[in-house]
Design a protein around this ligand. Sequence first.
Ligand code: SF4
Length: 473
Amino acid sequence: MRLNSGRDKPQEACGVVGIYAPGQEVSKLTYNGLLALQHRGQESAGITVADGSLMTTFKEMGLVAQVFNENVLNTLTGDLAIGHVRYSTTGSSVWENAQPIYRHHGSLGVSLGHNGNLVNTMKLAAELAGESERPRDVSNDSDLIAEMIVTSGKATVEEGILDTLPRLQGAFSLVILDDQAVFGARDPYGLRPLVLGSLGAGGYALASETAALDTIGATFIREVEPGELVVVDANGVRSHRYAKATPALCVFEYVYFARPDSILYGKSVQKARYQMGQKLAKESPADADIVIPVPDSGRGAAAGYSHASGLPYVDGFVKNSYVGRTFIQPSQAVRQRGIGAKLNPIAHLIEGNRLVVVDDSIVRGNTTRQIVRMLRHAGAAEVHMRISSPPIKWPCFYGIDTANRDELIGGHQSVEEICAHIEADSLAYLSEEGMIEATEVAAEKLCTACFSSNYPIPVPDEVKVTKNMLERI
Ligand code: SF4
């Protein structure tokens, strides 16, 4: 588990964008789409453009605005493009693993961006090594997918993708580019989101979240369906259903990952968070004076808690948004300093008050304890922590870095023990039923495995540790 500049949070794995828009500035559209998805990955950013004959990729470690500037974007000319922001869950955080990935073999060449994580990577890598005459030089599951497509022996990229997708197990929302078309594919469970929008004049956009479509002026058409491959080219949009859909969207998208202004399954993320807060207030009221959020992701739930409880909502923290997420602090001592740099309590609002403090999740607990200590130092009379999701007890194998089970405080401590660890006056979590009801989505259409251990895609025993596994071999 990495810290997010002092925030002890699960880490999203990636965001993707795909643009088909002849005559429009596709690299700038992709750049703006990636900026809107920056929260999904802060380690590297990249764009590939194609002009009908040539594909050009520019990628670098760092945030989108650090990697690209006007001059670079002006050199990336073409009619179609894909883009990617990355947080690594398999493969190290190094330039070689930044995406999009380019692979070619014979007459097939693709650039690929992946959000998710495969669970049969080892098996596929072994199969590929057996089938291919080429030396295996793949270092993560995304490399592997691109390599499988170009070595499929098929005549076209489209056929190569359709040959490859049914062999993949795990979570994947993919954008793929060849010199003529942009492809978007989603795993049969639809664990990670992917949407399609219109740019007008025959142009189309794919993106991880609807907020990215809004940002580039695209009109939402529909979600790419679980088990579907969408192809966008000069003939418009066509669809292949390569597998039966058994939807299980990650519920954590509603709790924390997705932007509040995004829509998933037709439901507002911010409304879901607000309703999580309302339900939390009903399930776990507190004798307190004010409600304050841990910004930013606790805001929606804190507003809902305030409304349902009648306690005033107070922005008791200032968050410094300019503290980057790129530079991940390695030592505990630096982590503790890190949170002070990011969050600062407003003592005049807190002093003497009994607080309900609303956050979306607790991973290890150490950051929450720092927040509680900070509030007491600022004069809080009491601190009642309220968490707008259930305890995280199980690791995620589908592209989210939630830490190992032994590092998850909810995996081995009771709520009372966690309360003592974080030094709060009281602690309560939202129930699993309450969380699901707040999303307004049927429970069977959501993955809740990190809370319930009901993994929708079976996870082979040998896959329990995924990060760096190809590199170790
Ligand atoms: S295990 Fe948790 S974080 Fe992973 S996909 Fe399922 S709900 Fe999301």
